[in-house]
Write a protein that binds this ligand. Structure first.
Ligand code: BDR
Ligand code: CA
Length: 313
């Protein structure tokens, strides 16, 4: 088998972040060289703890977890306890983690790793607000050409927003950071709501995780049952969108997704549409193509991959 692809997962767990982390840790094609936590769904003290809970659930307490930014670059932190619960991981009863949080700041870890590893070796996988990634790019601009790719969950175009009528949560929480990332020149793959709203945790799919008959399968089923109740009510669907695992699935099976290379710009001025991702899908501007924007997913294949991989843990 080819050498494992080195990734850093930047995340604000969150039940869907948790499933993304489990998928990555279960996949031998990927080497998770670090998990960096950021404030988002819940405050940093909880996201940095939740990331460790998930590593322990996966049986991987040796994974390095770093705490990063506790607030967005310019705006007040907005969290989403109404979706994820007070802990951010409501649903299963996971024990307090015993593995340590690394002493190094997440942004220092990202910069140091990218400067040390061979250029083009490391992929960044942001699953939350882009604060840590933007801070790293600003602090050490020489990392930009060394990043293989940024594969991120964020934004929405045809589906518009989920936290305001025009903005998706991750981009809305730190639009200035997102603006820095989308202007960085680093190759970007974007998993917007247009994709994730097609990846629904139906009752049958949750049952398939439970039927694994393992601790990971049961915890996943409980996380999804808690997480989806808010979105089922909001969208009137069977199940809620399983956003963040789409990022990891793309690394494993890009054939499950379809998209287009185009320009993406982030709204940072208007309070009304703050954090909107303006995708030039039809190529009507001369703005440079800076992102591969996904629009479609083979959702049956995606959930089959998830169940098969989580079954390995
Ligand atoms: C994104 O926001 C968070 O609530 C989820 O974890 C996901 O990253 C979806 O808008
Ligand atoms: Ca997330």
């Amino acid at each position: 088998m080819a050498e494992a692809r080195k990734i850093i997962i930047d995340t604000d767990p969150g039940q869907d972040d948790a499933v993304a982390i489990l998928l990555a840790l279960a996949s031998p094609e990927l080497e998770v060289i670090g998990i960096t936590a950021v404030a988002g769904n819940v405050p940093l003290s909880l996201t940095s703890k939740n990331a460790r809970k998930i590593c322990e659930l996966a049986g991987r307490p040796g994974t390095k977890v770093f705490a990063g930014a506790d607030r967005p670059l310019m705006r007040q932190l907005v969290t989403a306890e109404e979706v994820h619960g007070q802990t951010g991981l409501n649903g299963p009863d996971l024990p307090e983690p015993t593995m340590p949080l690394q002493a190094q700041h997440a942004v220092d870890f990202i910069v140091e790793t990218l400067m040390r590893e061979e250029s083009g070796a490391v992929t960044l996988c942001p699953l939350g607000p882009l604060t840590n990634v933007a801070l790293a790019l600003v602090r050490e601009p020489r990392i930009a050409p060394r990043i293989r790719e940024i594969v991120l969950m964020g934004g929405g175009y045809f589906e518009q927003g989920n936290v305001t009528p025009s903005a998706e949560f991750n981009i809305y929480v730190d639009p200035h950071a997102a603006d820095i990332v989308f202007r960085s020149g680093v190759p970007i793959v974007m998993m917007p709501l247009d994709v994730t709203h097609k990846a629904l945790t139906t009752a049958a799919r949750v049952a398939a995780f439970r039927a694994l008959g393992t601790g990971v399968g049961e915890a996943t089923a409980r996380m999804l049952e808690f997480f989806e109740r808010f979105d089922e009510e909001k969208y009137g669907t069977d199940g809620g969108p399983l956003h963040d695992p789409c990022v990891i699935a793309w690394l494993l099976r890009p054939d499950l997704f379809k998209g287009r290379h185009c320009n993406v710009a982030v709204e940072t001025a208007s309070e009304l549409t703050m954090g909107a991702t303006i995708v030039d899908w039809w190529g009507v501007t001369q703005r440079p193509r800076n992102a591969h924007v996904m629009r479609d997913i083979d959702h049956e294949g995606f959930f089959a991959l998830l169940v098969e991989r989580l079954g390995r843990l």
